[in-house]
Every structure is written in structure tokens, then in C-alpha cells.
Design a protein around this ligand. Sequence first.
Ligand SMILES: [Zn+2]
Length: 215
Amino acid sequence: MPRLIHRMSTPNMSPWARLRADVDMVVVHYTGALQASGTLSWFNDPKSQVSAHYVVNRQGDYWPFETIERTLWHAGDSTWMGKRYCNRRSVGVELAATRDSGFTDAQYDTLLFILSDVMMLCPIRYIVGHEHIAPGRKIDPGPLFEWDRLVPATQRHLDVEWLGGEKLRKVLITSHVDLGKPKVTPTPVSQTEDPRMEPGKDPWWHRLVEPFRRG
Ligand SMILES: [Zn+2]
């Protein structure tokens, strides 16, 4: 059983809250270091302008930052399925690892534990790596990350249709109807953001803030 160390806060997040129904992605990262401590203090530092919802150390212990309703800054400039800036629709999980270290069994176990938690709360359709949403700019979690170890999560939660580069078999997606799994109806983005904006357009404040964010 993964150990929750304690809940953390961070100054590095968007000031507006979001709806769980608008969160349809989980983004997997590595921190670039084997010790989690540097990442924890970096996320607490307003100068870093970065954060994530979970940090997982090599032993599988984890620190949650803020709640899922907060947009944290882990993805930076990123695009997925034609929509730019993935932070606002995703949950970020940082695994303590480097490009060459690989990941521990305990980290995979904790990631599955976190995924099942998140997927109870949000209509997750995509589980992706930072490398998939910011290709050419980011390489994490990289080729050593074993995506097939996350398949059990996608089978328990049949809404997932894309896992680390593989589009899942259609039967997984359609069978949830037969199983009567309750499905959260996503709220259109325009209802949760500035009503003055045009449908499909980014709200004006994203243009001010997002391009300067790192992650
Ligand atoms: Zn990353």
C-alpha cells in the first residue's frame, strides 16, 4: 500500500478553479533526479513556476499537491488532440527518476493507485507522457517507462482510450455502456470559463499567462 507522506501546497498554480468534469488527461513525468526532496522544494518555490498534482519517490511514497480542482503547472506549452495548453485539463504525476534509471515496482504500484483514485473523480480518456504532448521539447518519461503496466487501470475504467502512444481497442471503450458504468458528462469548456469569450477560443487571460509558463 503506498504511503501518503503529507499534503503539500504550492504557489505555482492558476488562480481559477476548474471542474473535475473538464479533466480528461493524466500526464506522466519523471523529475530528473532520484531524490524527491529537490522537486518538493522546487514546487514550493514561486520562482520555479512549476508544480504537479503528485510526486512519487523511489519507494512509492507520494506527496499530493493541492486538489484535482486546481490547475497546476507541469505540462508547459503542450498540445493534445488539437487543444493547446494541457495543464487546465490534466492531472500531473511526477516520478522520481532520471532518463537512465528506469522506474521501481513501487512507483508503478503507486501510479496505479493514484490513477484509480483520479479516475473515480474525473472522466479520464488519455494517459500520456509529457513527451507525447510536448514532442521535441520534452522526453519524459521516455523509453524506459513501461506503459503496459498501466493497462489494469484502463480495464477497470473503461473510458480510457489512449495510453502512452497506443490507442486502446474500441471494445474497451464501448463496453462500458453494457456494464452500466456511470459516466460523468463533461461540461463544455465555455461554460466554465469567461462567458464573454467566443466558443472554442482561449480566454484572454490564458494568452497573458500561459506562454510564459515553463514545465
Ligand atoms: Zn515532464
